[in-house]
Write a protein that binds this ligand. Structure first.
Ligand code: MG
Ligand code: MG
Length: 264
C-alpha cells in the first residue's frame, strides 16, 4: 500500500478544490428545505462548480451494477439512504427528513471530497442524536489524527463512540486517500477489523485523507437498491454521513474542505 505524501504546494491545490466543495455544501445547506427537490440542489451545485472552473467528480462515474453512469455532481441521500442517492426532480424534501449531500470537485488536477447531513425542518430527537454523534465521529478523526498515530487507533475511537450511542457503523463503505484521483490508497474504515490491524496505516505528515463516517440508527448492514446506485440501510432506519478532506500536518490535521467563512 503506497500512500502519497503531498508537498505543501500540492496540499494548496487540494485545498483550492476543497474550498469549492465547501462552497457547494455551504450554499446547499442554506437552500435545502421542505418543498425543494434534490434536482434543485444538484443544479445549484453544477453552477457553483462550473463558475469555479472545476469538474464534478461524481458525474459520469461508472458502476457495473447499474445500467447508467452516475448522473449528477452531488449524491443526495434521504433518510434510510446511506450514500450514492441520485438527485431527482421527483424527489421533494419533506419536514422531518434528513438529507446527506456528498460532493467531489477536481480543480487544476487535484481533488476535494466532503459530505454533510442536514435535518429538514424538525426531526425526531433520536434522529437528531444520530446526526450529532455522526458529526462527532468526524470531529474525533480530525482532532486525533496526527503523525505517529495508527489509523486503527482513530477508527477504534470512532467505532466506540458510535456503538456506545447504540448506533451501527457502516462496514461496506469507507474513507480513502485523495489527491490527483478522488479514490486513492489507503482505505480508511471507520471501525477496527482484523484486515485493518494486519495492514494498518501509520499516519505521516503530508498524507491527505477523505475521512467519512457513515452511521446507521439501527443495524450497520446495508443493501443496494434496484437502481444499482443507492445504498440503503438493511432495516430501513435512517443513516447519516459526514466527510472532510484533511491533511496530516506537523502536529495534527488541517481541514481542506472548509466552507467560505472557514466554517466546518
Ligand atoms: Mg464524498
Ligand atoms: Mg469520499
Amino acid at each position: 500500500m503506497a500512500v502519497a505524501i503531498r508537498t505543501a504546494r500540492e496540499i494548496e491545490k487540494i485545498r483550492a478544490a476543497g474550498q469549492v466543495v465547501g462552497r457547494v455544501l455551504h450554499k446547499l445547506r442554506e437552500i435545502a428545505a421542505a418543498g425543494v427537490t434534490t434536482a434543485d440542489l444538484a443544479d445549484l451545485s453544477d453552477r457553483i462548480i462550473a463558475e469555479a472552473g472545476g469538474t464534478a467528480l461524481f458525474k459520469g462515474v461508472r458502476n457495473p451494477a447499474a445500467r447508467f453512469d452516475f448522473p449528477a455532481s452531488i449524491c443526495a441521500s434521504i433518510n434510510e439512504e446511506v450514500v450514492h442517492g441520485i438527485p431527482s426532480g421527483r424527489r421533494m424534501l419533506t419536514d422531518g427528513d434528513i438529507l446527506s449531500i456528498d460532493c467531489g470537485v477536481k480543480l487544476n488536477g487535484y481533488c476535494g471530497d466532503a459530505a454533510i447531513t442536514l435535518p429538514i425542518g424538525r426531526v425526531d430527537p433520536e434522529v437528531e442524536r444520530l446526526l450529532r454523534i455522526t458529526r462527532q465521529l468526524l470531529d474525533i478523526a480530525v482532532r486525533e489524527s496526527r503523525p505517529g498515530r495508527y489509523w486503527s487507533e482513530i477508527a477504534g475511537r470512532m467505532q466506540e463512540h458510535a456503538e456506545q450511542a447504540g448506533f451501527g457503523v457502516v462496514r461496506d463503505y469507507v474513507g480513502h486517500g485523495i489527491g490527483r484521483q478522488m479514490h486513492e490508497d489507503p482505505k480508511l474504515p471507520n471501525f477496527v477489523s482484523r484486515e485493518l490491524l494486519g495492514n494498518d496505516l501509520l499516519l505521516r505528515k503530508g498524507m491527505v485523507l477523505a475521512v467519512e463516517p457513515m452511521v446507521n440508527l439501527g443495524t450497520w448492514k446495508v443493501k443496494v437498491s434496484g437502481d444499482g446506485w443507492t445504498v440503503l440501510t438493511a432495516d430501513g432506519l435512517p443513516s447519516a454521513h459526514e466527510e472532510h478532506t484533511i491533511a496530516v500536518t506537523d502536529d495534527g490535521t488541517e481541514i481542506l474542505t472548509a466552507g467560505p467563512d472557514g466554517a466546518e
